[in-house]
Design a protein around this ligand. Structure first.
Ligand code: FIX
Ligand code: ZN
Length: 432
């Protein structure tokens, strides 16, 4: 029970300058009490059935952990894929949590999830964890986990050409208040030769060269899926070799199909650049890697299409400074997240420091990229911890330079970084 007569510390007083010694407390409290928007995940609400992954066996068979398993186990990937999901989960538990210390970012994350549910975390923890998750009702578990992670809403990854997902939308599935859709176009943009027939099968007159009527038909395809999904952005991941402009189907579809459709529907385009797909296909999702990209493509897109808004996340650490500089040149460019192989404490801290120094609060520090529901718990706890540290240092430097900050201003900055930058860019009004 707080003592009503005890003077409130400057950390609690909204309008008073926070005493530099209490900045850490203020920043910690504000981060812990501000609901965030998770701008990129691979999560689904319960209405999408088995597409929504959750529970300890899914948490353990995450491709980040599979990559680590193959470094510490003699078992061949081919043999691993013949195992059942629960056998795979047991092997990963035995290898990474019993036979080794869970000190990597991904293994520590599993321990943090177990602790968050008050479950044991030691070598013999798996059976009790399984019993716990088997008792959960997904309808109540989903909003509960989002609350535990301090999330107000998440953005999904929705592929209109995914044979497992598209039928849900074509049947007219309803939207979930906490799950926003994102129209993901990798199959259209990156593998048109393999997927133009899937577009044709949905009733659009397109051909392999993306020529002739293809462009107006692609525009019709995008307009129909925009009406159906009501996405908050269109999105695509692109290889490290991505160039723009380019004369391939990719360049044509982007310039004459997707960019005009985004302008017409008022949607931003999210570009996630730098993946080297399947450098080791034997380990499937874990087999993708990173390559340094040429950001001239981003520069050309932002300059030549000032009416389009671009959400951009780059996979290579070496590209981060250049991305910050480009964002200072183009206000239709919003850097977001420390994507995938960058989502490690040491690198998130480095990137966030650089972005705050160069962009102030005009960027989106992180997204979870969660593929399994409970992952949002540790991924956002890590982000609050690291970004909190960087914010505290910046406010302390401000105080050293003779400035000051109030609790209210800290709330404004944190809300902008973790919610309103995204909402404004996606034109989502969370108050609605
Ligand atoms: O392209 C993407 O959205 C990537 O995030 C994924 O493909 C990747 O497998 C992943 O899970 C990264 O965290
Ligand atoms: Zn992703």
């Amino acid at each position: 029970m707080t003592d009503p007569f005890k003077a409130r510390s400057s950390a609690q007083e909204p309008m008073r300058s926070v005493n530099p010694l209490e900045i850490e407390e203020a920043v910690r409290e504000v981060l812990d009490t501000t609901p965030f928007v998770d701008i990129h995940t691979h999560l689904f609400p319960p209405s999408f059935g088995k597409l929504g992954l959750w529970g300890i066996d899914e948490v353990l068979t995450y491709h980040y952990l599979e990559a680590e398993l193959f470094r510490s186990s003699e078992l061949s990937p081919e043999k691993y894929w013949t195992l059942s999901k629960s056998e795979q989960a047991e092997l990963i538990w035995r290898t990474l949590f019993v036979g080794n210390s869970p000190i990597s970012e991904a293994t520590r994350g599993v321990v943090a999830v177990l602790r968050a549910f008050g479950l044991p975390t030691g070598p013999s923890a798996l059976p009790e964890a399984r019993a716990f998750f088997q008792q959960q009702n997904v309808e109540s578990h989903v909003p509960h986990v989002l609350k535990m992670a301090g999330l107000q809403s998440v953005v999904m990854t929705n592929d209109p050409l995914d044979p497992a997902e598209a039928p849900y939308w074509l049947r007219g599935i309803g939207v979930h208040p906490q799950f926003h859709a994102a129209l993901r176009l990798d199959r259209v943009l990156n593998t048109w030769p393999e997927h133009w027939q899937a577009v044709q099968a949905q009733g659009y007159i397109v051909d392999s060269s993306a020529g002739g009527k293809s462009i107006s038909e692609i525009r019709r395809f995008l307009a129909d899926w925009t009406k159906r999904m009501r996405p908050v952005y269109m999105a695509c991941s692109l290889p490290d070799t991505f160039e723009f402009p380019n004369d391939s189907a990719n360049g044509i579809l982007l310039r004459y199909g997707i960019l005009p459709s985004c302008r017409e529907s008022g949607l931003p385009l999210s570009l996630m650049i730098g993946v080297r797909k399947q450098v080791n296909p034997r380990i499937r999702l874990a087999g993708d890697a990173v390559g340094r990209a040429n950001l001239r493509a981003v520069e050309n897109l932002c300059r030549d299409f000032p009416e389009n808004r671009f959400l951009v996340s780059i996979l290579s650490r070496e590209n981060q400074h250049e991305l910050c500089v480009l964002a200072r040149k183009f206000n239709n460019l919003m850097p977001f997240g420390c994507w995938w192989f960058l989502n490690n404490a040491s690198i998130v801290e480095e990137i966030t420091r650089e972005r705050l120094e160069m962009l102030g609060a005009s960027f989106i520090p992180q997204h979870s990229d969660a593929r399994v529901l409970e992952q949002v718990i540790y991924k956002w706890a890590n982000t609050r911890r690291i970004v909190g540290k960087v914010l505290v240092d910046n406010y302390r430097l401000l105080a050293e330079d003779g400035g000051s900050v109030t609790r209210k201003e800290i709330e404004r900055d944190v809300t902008r970084l973790f919610r309103t930058n995204a909402e404004n860019w996606m034109r989502v009004d969370s108050r609605a």
